[in-house]
Every structure is written in C-alpha cells, then in structure tokens.
Design a protein around this ligand. Structure first.
Ligand SMILES: Cc1cc2nc3c(=O)[nH]c(=O)nc-3n(C[C@H](O)[C@H](O)[C@H](O)COP(=O)(O)OP(=O)(O)OC[C@H]3O[C@@H](n4cnc5c(N)ncnc54)[C@H](O)[C@@H]3O)c2cc1C
Ligand SMILES: NC(=O)c1ccc[n+]([C@@H]2O[C@H](COP(=O)([O-])OP(=O)(O)OC[C@H]3O[C@@H](n4cnc5c(N)ncnc54)[C@H](O)[C@@H]3O)[C@@H](O)[C@H]2O)c1
Length: 463
C-alpha cells in the first residue's frame, strides 16, 4: 500500500516538532505536520518561554531594592511599562516561531497550517477537507486548561490570555494552587498588581514535598500575595468592568481580572482518535505503551496528550525517542522516573527531583538531610528570606532518592543534582565532592548530619 507520507504529525508543539524534524532530517522520512494555531505550541507561545520572560520582568523592583541594600542609595525601579514589555515579548515569540518553522522547512517537513482530525489508522482530514494518508500517525496535540464549573466562569481568564493582555490588571484574583497559579501570583505581584490567590487545599502545590509546599505558601505571603487556603470560588458576576466574586464561604471581593489555573486536560476533544479506534483513558488521555505506541500499531502519541509527565523536555524526549525507534531503528524508551522540574516563584524558586520524603518513606527506611539558612547575598541587602535544601537518602543503600531545593535559581541547581542521581549517586558521593565556595549549592555537599529518620525505622533517633 502506498501512502502520501511516512509520518503525519498532528500538533506543532514541543513533542510534535521534535519528532517531525528528526524523522525527516535524520532518517529521511517523508513527513507532514498540521498545526491549527502557532508553531511551537504551548511552551513557546503560551507557556514556559513567555512565562519566564514575564518572571524576569517582574523582578525589577526586587533587584533594585537589593541594589539599595548594597549602597546604591538612589536606585529606583519606577513604574513597570507593560506596553513596552508586550511589544518586545511579541517580537521575541515571532522570532522563535519563525525558527521553529524554518527548522521544519529545512528538514523537508510539509507544514499544513490548519486543524487535523483522525479518520482511520492511516488517514487524517484537514479542516479544508483534504484527506491525507500516512504509514504512521503521531498525535501530539498537547493539553488545554480545565475550567472549573461555577457560575460566571466565562468572565475568568486562563493562562493563555495573560500573554495577550493590553493592560495589566491592578487587582487580580488567581484561583488554584498548582504550578501556574503560584508562578502567576508571583509574576503579577512583582509587576505591581494587588494579588489574591485562593486554593481549595490546606497547602499549595499538591503532590510536592511538604517542605516546598510550606515554603512556597509562606513566600507568596511575604511578597504580598493575599493567599487564602481552603477556599474556593462560587460565582463571578460582571459589574461594569469589575468582576464581583462570591467565595464558597459567602465572602465577596471585586477584581479587575480573575485568572483560573485549575489544571489542564489532554487535548483530544474533536480529534477523531476514539472514533478511529484509539483507546483513551478516563481523562481523555491517549493511552500508550513504553514506546509511545497506542493500541493501533500505526498510531503513536507523545507529550501532554498522553498525560504522563506534562513538561516540555519530556514531550521533546518522547518525540525524539519515537522518531529514533520507528524511523531510525534505534529503539529508545523514555525513563519518566527522575525528571527534575522547577516552580518559578521569587525570590526563591523550588527545584525538585526524584521522590518526596513521604513517597520515599512509604516503602523503605529513609535518612533525611535538611538545612535552612539565609543566603549571604540577600541577607547582606537586608532580606530575611530563607533558603532550604533537602536530600532524601535510602538508609540501606545510601542512594540519594530525592532532592528539594528552595533557593534563588534552584532550577539551575536541581538540574545537576538530577545528573548525579541518574548515575546512582549515594550520599557519600555527595559528601566526597569538594564544595564550590562561596555558593548556595555547596550546602548540597556539606550536609553532614541526619536531620530525621523516617519510614519503617522511624523509632530510631537521629544521631
Ligand atoms: C503557563 C504554562 C507554563 C508552563 N511552564 C512550563 C515550564 O516552565 N517548564 C516546562 O517544562 N513545562 C512548562 N509547561 C508545560 C509545557 O508547556 C508542556 O508540557 C509542553 O508544551 C507539552 O508539549 P506538547 O508537544 O505535548 O504539546 P503542546 O506544546 O501543547 O503542542 C500541541 C500543539 O498541537 C496543536 N493542536 C492541537 N490539536 C490540534 C489539531 N487537531 N490539529 C492541529 N493542531 C492541533 C496546538 O495548537 C498546539 O500547538 C507550561 C505550561 C503552561 C500552560
Ligand atoms: N514550571 C513548570 O515546569 C510548569 C509551570 C506551569 C505549568 N506546568 C505544567 O502545566 C500543568 C498544569 O498546571 P496547573 O497549575 O494548571 O495545574 P496543576 O495540576 O499543577 O494545579 C491545578 C490546581 O487547581 C486546583 N483545582 C483543580 N480543580 C479545581 C476546582 N474545581 N476548584 C478550585 N481549585 C481547583 C488543584 O487543587 C491544583 O492546586 C502542570 O501540571 C505542569 O505539568 C509546568
């Protein structure tokens, strides 16, 4: 049987672009790709990249305050100009989108700037009605924000909208306690908005290590966010330009904008995958095996649409692994166990890798090494902000099972801890490493004493 393509990719985000480019440029496959919006997907256009640039912009005030603490007595940030930032942000995203397109074109990928839907295990239909056949189909359609079901939810913004604002709202309500809610509360507070954040649970960042959950919540309050825990939103009413919000406990508040960041779900609605015979999970995710293959031999899926670990580098690795396996005869699975990540809050961010203390202690005896201190740089400038680090160590094998870092640029540090842990480093390997001084990261190799022992040998007191 002949096909129009060897591979047809649905979705031009992190996973889809990488798979298409590698299959075409390294393995000579004839590849088509459909993207219904902008090339680059969530990360480049409405996720990691613009978010981090906004974060950098939001730290101007804090940097200047620190400079004053070092003797630059007349340092003054003045007001933040969103219009100038937006113009530069748009230009940067256009540049990056151009690079993604160029990369695909250079690799010989045929780009279709429209929505695609699956018809059968070898056929897709484009929005203009064109039908195309392919030996393999890769679904890489990502995820979409989940809107909670409350009255007036249509008056709320989602994270996609924040990069397109014409003006910065003065008074903002953020709903949620995950990555996105905590990062945007930090960003908007840094840019000068009055921010209230409501989260239904007792601590932000469900699923993270307790240490980080408590410290991020505390820091949000310290930077001026009015964090309300165990609280939810019941209704939004539009009163002129104002969002009048009623909370679950019947208290009310008026805001210029309400931002909902209550999770994301796999983007499979209207995709035709289920109708074509692909098995979906209960949340609409495409079910795949360790090779990213669905129940249909010709159909694979990578990235957020599979709801494994929803991060850009994971989607990229899955897309690359798929291309190597299917077109390069180099079978490559993705190991999802030791994926490091960071929550970009300020002044300290949270870097995490491996097991949390509670996860590790469920099945084995664990030694926890923890430290908390005021970093030299901010302390000198007059800040009381505390950094914290934790290593979770298997008592028997001495392997480091998890690392938590709450500090400036913790994402940069935890990346390197992940390398050591991937190589199976023990606590003694960390101890044998001579510190770089004076740095924050040296604490990772100088924590000598066990702070506590948890798990099956919990009764044994720490030395
Ligand atoms: C605000 C925010 C901040 C984030 N920050 C980080 C971060 O700091 N670090 C990190 O690692 N991750 C971050 N993420 C997560 C990261 O963006 C995703 O994990 C990553 O983009 C997933 O890549 P993907 O290829 O699976 O999907 P996506 O990048 O979402 O790409 C899917 C693409 O498919 C297109 N599409 C969908 N359906 C169709 C169709 N039927 N036809 C044609 N095209 C279609 C979409 O338009 C989209 O471009 C963030 C996410 C958000 C929302
Ligand atoms: N720095 C990063 O790497 C980064 C940053 C942002 C996003 N992301 C990715 O994007 C994903 C989505 O982020 P997110 O913050 O939207 O999701 P999340 O799953 O991290 O958090 C969702 C939050 O919404 C709350 N929630 C859910 N339903 C609710 C309801 N009905 N009412 C009130 N609260 C409700 C949850 O309790 C939770 O706190 C993340 O899981 C992550 O994979 C990564």
């Amino acid at each position: 049987m002949t096909f129009d393509f060897d591979l047809f990719v649905i979705g031009g985000g992190s996973g889809g672009v990488r798979a298409a480019r590698i299959a075409a440029s390294e393995y000579g496959a004839k590849v088509g790709l459909a993207e219904e919006s902008r090339m680059g997907g969530t990360c480049v256009i409405r996720g990691c990249v613009p978010k981090k640039l906004m974060l950098f912009a939001s730290t101007g005030g804090a940097s200047v305050a620190e400079a004053r603490g070092y003797g630059w007595t007349r340092a003054e940030a003045g007001p933040f100009n969103w219009t100038i930032f937006r113009r530069k942000l748009d230009a940067e995203l256009n540049r990056l989108e151009g690079l993604y397109r160029q990369g695909l074109s250079n690799a010989g990928v045929t780009i279709h700037d429209q929505r695609a839907r699956m018809i059968d295990p070898h056929t897709v239909a484009l929005a203009d009605g064109t039908r195309l056949t392919s030996r393999y189909i890769l679904i890489a359609t990502g995820g979409r924000p989940t809107l909670p079901d409350f009255e007036g939810a249509e008056h709320a913004l989602i994270s996609d909208d924040l990069f397109l604002l014409d003006t910065l709202p003065g008074k903002v309500l953020i709903v949620g306690g995950g990555f996105i809610a905590c990062e945007f509360a930090t960003i908007l507070a840094g840019m000068g908005a009055a921010v209230m954040q409501v989260h239904r649970g007792p601590h932000v960042l469900r699923g993270f290590d307790e240490m980080g959950r408590e410290l991020v919540g505390q820091q949000l309050r310290e930077i001026g966010v009015d964090l309300r825990l165990s609280q939810t939103i019941a209704r939004i009413e539009l009163r002129g330009q104002t969002r009048h919000v009623t909370f679950a406990d019947r208290s009310t508040g008026d805001f210029d904008a309400v931002i909902v960041a209550t999770g994301r779900h796999p983007n499979t609605a209207g995709l035709g995958a289920a109708e074509a015979g692909v098995t979906l999970g209960p949340f609409g995710q495409i079910l795949v095996d360790e090779w990213s293959q669905t129940n249909l031999p010709s159909v694979y899926a990578v990235g957020d649409v599979t709801d494994r670990v929803n991060l850009t580098p994971v989607a990229i690795r899955e897309g690359h692994g798929f291309a190597d396996t299917v077109f390069g005869a180099k079978p490559r699975k993705v190991d999802h166990r030791l994926v490091a990540s960071a929550v970009y809050t300020r002044p300290h961010e949270l870097g995490c890798v491996g097991l949390t203390e509670d996860e590790a202690a469920k099945h084995r005896a664990v030694d926890v090494y923890a430290t908390s201190f005021r970093p030299m740089r901010s302390l000198f400038a007059g800040s009381e902000a505390k950094a914290a680090m934790k290593l979770v160590v298997d008592s028997e094998t001495r392997k480091v099972l998890g690392g938590q870092i709450f500090a400036p640029e913790a994402g940069e540090m935890v990346q390197l801890v992940a390398v050591a842990m991937g190589m199976g480093a023990t606590k003694e390997d960390f101890d044998a490493t001579i510190a770089v001084h004076p740095t924050l990261a040296e604490e990772l190799v100088t924590m000598r004493n066990v702070t506590r022992r948890v798990g099956p040998h919990e009764s044994v007191p720490a030395a």
